[in-house]
Design a protein around this ligand. Structure first.
Ligand SMILES: Nc1ccn([C@@H]2O[C@H](COP(=O)(O)OP(=O)(O)OP(=O)(O)O)[C@@H](O)[C@H]2O)c(=O)n1
Ligand SMILES: C[C@](O)(CO)[C@H](O)COP(=O)(O)O
Length: 224
């Protein structure tokens, strides 16, 4: 499932960031093509804002993406959008992947799937390189967590569908809010495995990320 219903407030562009062009293709299309060409992916559901449903469907058609079986309307938060998308999924396994992480590779997806199939729930992440501080509202450092145990979490995140549905249903009933899918599964008391991701699997969130994105595209062109 590809949640693509965000507003992109931090990017600050007129157009929703998932439609911004990167190397002559919309970011959303770059992302969809990774899964379209991955042999283990059978079907995709894309979640879009109500007002962007038609534009999303048109792009999917224009770029010949065949695995998208439905484009559904999302909600206010990412969590609401994923919950909407989940209602249409019947398969045994679900991967949830941000529309704005176009650089995920087949190799990372393979590693993730292998771990999820063994353990039921797995996420991609990379060890953090910076020292991280927890800071209070007055800007004073409260504590410095041990860096060896900190990982920056990415998508895709992979789960048995039943498990993810249970996690989202519980969150809905109990008003639990989360910034990724794993947090809701963790709330069920289930172990989620961390699988080595890739530092280049960035989320295009703020304008500087577009500079990095262009550089990643250029580097990939040179190694092709
Ligand atoms: N209500 C929402 C919010 C986010 N997303 C999707 O979740 C992914 C990660 O979200 P993020 O990068 O934070 O996107 P936005 O919510 O669009 O950004 P911002 O918070 O800056 O508005 C994106 O593919 C985004 O489209 C979604 O489907 N529905
Ligand atoms: C799911 C996610 O991409 C993992 O890093 C991230 O938490 C999404 O957060 P956002 O608040 O939607 O940017």
């Amino acid at each position: 499932m590809i949640p693509a219903a965000g507003l992109g407030k931090r990017m600050g562009s007129k157009k929703s960031k998932q439609f911004l062009m990167l190397e002559k293709k919309p970011i959303l299309i770059h992302t969809l093509l990774v899964f379209e060409t991955h042999p283990a992916i059978d079907e995709m559901i894309v979640v879009a804002q109500e007002k962007e449903i038609e534009e999303t469907r048109k792009l999917i058609q224009e770029y010949g993406i065949k695995k998208v079986i439905k484009v559904v309307t999302g909600g206010k938060e990412r969590q609401d959008s994923v919950y909407e998308g989940l209602k249409y999924i019947q398969s045994e396994w679900v991967l949830v992947h941000d529309a704005v992480r176009p650089f995920v590779t087949h190799e990372a997806i393979d590693r993730l799937l292998a771990s999820a199939k063994m353990h039921g729930a797995a996420i991609l992440a990379v060890p953090v390189k910076d020292t991280i501080k927890q800071v209070d509202s007055a800007g004073i450092v409260e504590m410095t967590p041990e860096r060896e145990r900190l990982w920056a979490v990415q998508t895709p995140q992979a789960f048995r569908r039943e498990l993810l549905w249970e996690a989202y249903s519980q969150a809905q009933e109990q008003g639990i809010l989360a910034t990724d899918d794993s947090m809701l599964v963790e709330e069920l008391g289930i172990d989620v495995r961390v699988v080595q991701g890739e530092y280049l699997n960035i989320k295009l969130t703020t304008p500087e990320d577009l500079i990095l994105a262009e550089a990643i595209c250029k580097a990939r062109r040179q190694t092709e």
